[in-house]
Write a protein of this length. Structure first.
Length: 648
């Protein structure tokens, strides 16, 4: 650390005496080197602490990597300005009126409040450490019982109702169910508009059968809702009124539903995928899983994907009979295609538009199997004969849709999570399945998908990356201080900072998710940065004490050591509060907002803001106490203080 320049008493109070240019430049250069070193280490630590987010994959990377990149480039830009432009501006505009910090009224207020607290803590050191340890231990049950989920549920301002009927439902029945449910939902005063559809769109990416209905419910602004009404209560009321026999109702939101279906193939929050070789066996296992999962708290909209029940018109041509009438297979197939499937006869051109002209029987003839049997076929010898004279026609039952994944047949048990965190619900579901299935048939296995799949992937990656980042930061701290003790002291601030975030999550009923992890990662960097700067200030005070008094217990008393720590920590009040308040004030709009998107941003801000508060209290109160105990031990046991040589 740079030595303090000797200044005359009148200059200390901001006297207007002209300072020589060379002396003023030397003061600015010394300060620039000190600030540059602090800025360098702070920026490096902050950038490395954000590294885990850049190594995430999937949705979480796409969502949070812009935040990390913006923060990183902002830090780099600010660091470059601090060590290049700021000294030049200081030399240009500071015309010798050097006002000391002791004349800053705002800083003095905080110092007056902090100094007696710090003095009391340095006297009752063991009591302070015991209180801090008790608070940390008290947060352990909260950490253990903290709910988990992939991402906080985003309120999109609309709902998506997805009823599923039997696979053999007719077009008219699906239309009737859609219209009936839309009419019921439109009667709620919170609903602005309702739009339902059955079946699939004209696109290869939409494989929805006619039995799956999608109804988008656009909600009014919340200030127009009934008093005391919440989204959860509204879904519960709607769910009770739209129940129709033979229809399984599921609730989600339009955007997250599309994301889930595209990324995992599951249209609900969680899905249990059953893989195997035979559809009947897969369906039987899925039904047993459904029975095992019933009754789990928080598990809603339980539904087994139908693998049987599809109705097919099976026409088998009898070759001997067709040959007796002088017909071949192509002749019969062409009649079937024309009558039932529709054959393209020609194309009509109207201006710039072209339309295909198809020919097939009317719907009332295609829907009646007896009429299908009477479809006429023209023969050369016997005139017109019915289709039944050359083919067996019947309705058979088969799979409505065959799903495969990783070259294996797949069935799915779907469910949503409401009123409880996803991690706890899935853990209960896993226990139920393990109790019901001691061993699956050979060649069959179970996999978990949906949002839970994303949650597990993100957690496993963070478990690997965060310890690596901790090791890298520890290495940088050791290079900075050349002391394992200093590294440990700085890293102790991390669990204290996390403690404030944990208590805030419990108070605000926020589950642990990737968004919360991002908030903790941002908090981790700031906590380490403030700890480094506090140790640098305390070490600077110890260095000055050794230079004045000499080293050793015969030269330095315990009272003088305590007073030195008090003086060093007092100098850190203003810059620390500036750092903390800048972060907290910047996040106040996020904490106060209630619009769309606040559901995701608040879990980032809550642990960061409240963790900053506990981290600041630790750095100002507990860290000087710990450092004081270590230095007192060095003075008594080792016969002298160890002054850290911080690298320039």
């Amino acid at each position: 650390m740079a030595k303090e320049k000797e200044i005359q008493p009148k200059e200390r109070i901001g006297h207007t005496k002209e300072i020589p240019e060379a002396e003023r430049v030397a003061i600015i250069e010394d300060s620039s080197r000190t600030v540059g070193r602090s800025v360098f280490f702070s920026v490096i630590i902050m950038i490395i602490s954000f590294a885990p987010i850049l190594f995430l994959t999937g949705q979480e990377r796409k969502l949070f990597s812009p935040l990390v990149l913006t923060k990183t480039f902002s830090l780099l830009g600010a660091a470059i300005l601090a060590i290049t432009v700021a000294p030049m501006l200081t030399r240009t505009f500071m015309k010798c009126r050097l006002v000391p910090e002791s004349r800053n009224p705002v800083s003095n207020i905080f110092i007056i409040l902090y100094k007696p607290v710090a003095r009391w803590c340095l006297i009752w050191r063991k009591t302070i450490l015991a209180i801090c340890l008790a608070i940390i231990i008290g947060s352990i049950p909260l950490v253990i019982n903290l709910g988990t989920e992939f991402m906080p549920p985003l309120d999109e301002g609309s709902l998506l109702l997805m009823p599923v009927t039997l696979p053999d439902v007719s077009n008219s029945e699906a239309k009737r169910i859609t219209q009936l449910q839309d009419k019921i939902i439109k009667g709620f005063p919170e609903v602005e508009n309702v739009l339902g559809k059955a079946g699939r769109a004209y696109t290869a990416t939409d494989n929805a059968p006619i039995s799956m209905i999608e109804t988008i419910i656009v909600l009014k602004p919340k200030n127009q809702w009934r008093k005391g009404m919440t989204k959860e209560k509204l879904i519960q009321e709607m769910n009770e009124k739209v129940q129709i026999p033979g229809v399984v109702v599921g609730w989600t939101q339009p955007i997250i539903n599309r994301i889930n279906m595209l990324s995992t193939g599951i249209r609900t929050d969680v899905g249990v995928k059953v893989y195997g070789k035979n559809l009947d066996t897969i369906y039987d296992i899925s039904r047993r899983i459904e029975s095992a999962l019933k009754g789990i708290p928080g598990l809603a909209d339980l539904y087994v994907e139908q693998l049987t029940g599809g109705k097919y018109l099976d026409i088998k041509i009898r070759r001997p009979d067709a040959a007796r009438y002088g017909l071949n297979i192509d002749n019969v197939n062409m009649v079937i295609e024309s009558a039932l499937g529709g054959m393209i006869l020609t194309t009509t051109v109207e201006g710039r538009e072209r339309f295909s002209v198809n020919l097939r029987l009317a719907q009332e003839y295609r829907n009646d199997i007896d009429e299908i049997r009477r479809i006429p076929i023209q023969t050369m010898k016997y005139g017109v004969v019915p289709l039944s004279s050359v083919a067996d026609i019947k309705v058979t039952v088969g799979p409505p849709m065959i799903n495969s994944e990783n070259a294996m047949l797949r069935g799915t048990v779907l469910f949503n999570v409401r009123g409880r965190d996803m991690g706890s619900v899935v853990n209960d579901a896993k226990r139920r399945i393990e109790e019901s299935f001691k061993q699956l048939p050979q060649g069959y296995f179970i996999g978990w998908s949906g949002q839970y799949e994303n949650q597990v992937r993100a957690q496993q990656r963070l478990k690997i990356i965060i310890p690596i980042v901790l090791l890298v930061i520890s290495f940088i701290l050791y290079i900075t201080f050349h002391s394992f003790k200093a590294v440990i002291i700085v890293l102790v601030s991390v669990p204290v900072a996390l403690m404030g975030g944990v208590y805030s999550l419990y108070y605000y009923h926020v589950n642990f998710s990737v968004a919360v992890a991002v908030g903790f990662i941002a908090l981790f960097g700031v906590a380490v940065e403030t700890g480094v700067l506090m140790i640098a200030y305390l070490n600077d005070s110890i260095k000055k004490l050794v230079e004045i008094k000499g080293n050793g217990p015969q030269n330095i008393s315990t009272e003088e050591l305590n007073e030195t720590f008090l003086q060093g920590s007092t100098q850190r009040v203003r810059p620390l509060l500036m750092t903390v308040l800048a972060n907290i004030i910047g996040l106040i709009p996020v904490m106060a907002t209630t619009g769309t998107g606040s559901d995701v941003m608040k879990p980032i801000a809550i642990p960061f803001v409240f963790g900053l508060i506990t981290s600041t209290l630790f750095v100002l109160i507990v860290l000087p106490v710990i450092y004081n105990l270590i230095k007192e031990w060095e003075l008594k046991k080792r016969g002298g203080l160890v002054v850290l040589e911080i690298q320039e």
